[in-house]
Design a protein around this ligand. Structure first.
Ligand code: ZN
Length: 364
């Protein structure tokens, strides 16, 4: 069965606003359209696009957005539609931008449906704006509504799934997603991120959820400088065992590609082969737990050069198809010394693994 792919040209037209401050000459925002459009274009130019199942985005409805966000949040969004504007810190939309926001959330929903209905084996929604910093009542950090959370709630509320796991490998802490599912026993919200990269500190190991959701929040805060081996170890030692305990009906990846060495917004050292390895591990876990049901939804990632190759590597892995396109940047990163696992990185992973025992398994 084929792999699904969702993209809409309007995702590149989303207006994230200019990067500007006193004595910063206005310049394009780091959340430029280029990373995503070039990702989509490389998938096309490589010939892979023709071998994927296209999943056509639709606009998410009010009802679907309100499963995650407050009515006030939706009201603010709608009232900004005519003229555009800032909805929060670093959360700008242009005039008419609500349609694009709805299309991004709707692409995530349609992608989940394509996987659940068995139309595709697995799928990737390449969306913009991103979602994982957006909480119930907050737009921030290039995120207007939380696309992944909306898709997860759709899977549970509209499609009757019992348990969904979110694996957030964006280099920034998935704070919005964590807060939305903080007390939710049906959603495992796992975030693997660079420690204290966000100005809002959090994403620590001791944050494990509350009430019925206790144990279903997992944070793996990694020290800056982690390369391929640290990420693979974190997956082997924490992510995969977490999935083994939780036993999800669906795995959703919040796929930020800003842990790449070429990305300026974080200080990790990944390359496209790391994403191949992590994707393979998640596919094997999905095979074990949920008949291979795996979908990914794009989040951050700001290197217009490197993101397309990491994205192509993920899609090649999901589909099992090879394009023969070599990543010219991976070899440069692989030559750097930071790919090996360092002792302090292992310590951080060991600490994160201590909360695994709290993750509730389904009642048998
Ligand atoms: Zn990010």
């Amino acid at each position: 069965m084929a792999t699904g792919f969702s993209w809409h040209e309007l995702f590149a037209w989303h207006d994230a606003g200019l990067q500007t401050a006193a004595f910063v000459e206005p310049i394009d925002n780091i959340d430029s359209p280029d990373t995503k459009r070039r990702f989509r274009n490389l998938v096309d130019a490589s010939g892979l696009l023709d071998r994927l199942v296209q999943i056509v985005p639709r606009e998410a409805t009010d009802e679907e957005i309100l499963r995650v966000h407050s009515p006030e949040h939706l009201d603010r969004l709608m009232s900004a539609d005519k003229n555009g504007g800032q909805l929060g810190r670093l959360a700008h939309i242009g005039p008419g931008g609500v349609r694009i926001v709805r299309l991004a959330a709707g692409a995530a929903i349609e992608t989940v449906d394509a996987v659940l209905q068995g139309r595709v084996a697995n799928a990737y929604a390449l969306v913009r704006p991103a979602g994982h910093h957006s909480a119930r009542d907050i737009s921030t950090g290039f995120c207007i509504v939380n696309n992944v959370a909306i898709a997860v709630r759709h899977a549970i509320d509209a499609r009757g799934l019992d348990r969904v796991a979110v694996i957030d490998w964006d280099v920034h802490w998935g704070n919005g997603t964590q807060s939305i599912f903080w007390q939710d026993p049906q959603v495992l919200a796992l975030s693997l991120h660079q420690n204290e990269l966000l100005s809002t500190h959090g994403g620590y190991v001791h944050e494990v959820g509350e009430g019925l959701g206790k144990g279903t929040t997992v944070n793996i805060p990694l020290p800056p400088g982690c390369g391929h081996e640290a990420y693979v170890r974190a997956f082997e030692q924490v992510v995969l065992p977490a999935l083994d305990r939780f036993k999800p009906d669906l795995i959703v990846v919040a796929s930020g590609l800003d842990a790449l060495a070429y990305d300026t917004s974080g200080r990790m050292n990944l390359h496209s082969d790391t994403y191949r390895a992590l994707t393979t591990m998640l596919m094997q876990s999905a095979d074990r737990h949920c008949s291979g049901r795996l979908m990914m939804c794009h989040e951050g990632g700001y290197s217009a050069m490197a993101v397309p190759f990491a994205g192509l590597a993920i899609l090649e892995t999901l589909s099992g198809l090879k394009t023969g396109v070599a990543d010219p940047f991976a070899v440069i990163v692989q030559r750097q010394s930071a790919q090996a696992l360092a002792a302090h990185q292992q310590e951080a992973i060991d600490k994160a693994a201590e909360v695994l025992r709290l993750i509730p398994s389904p009642a048998s």
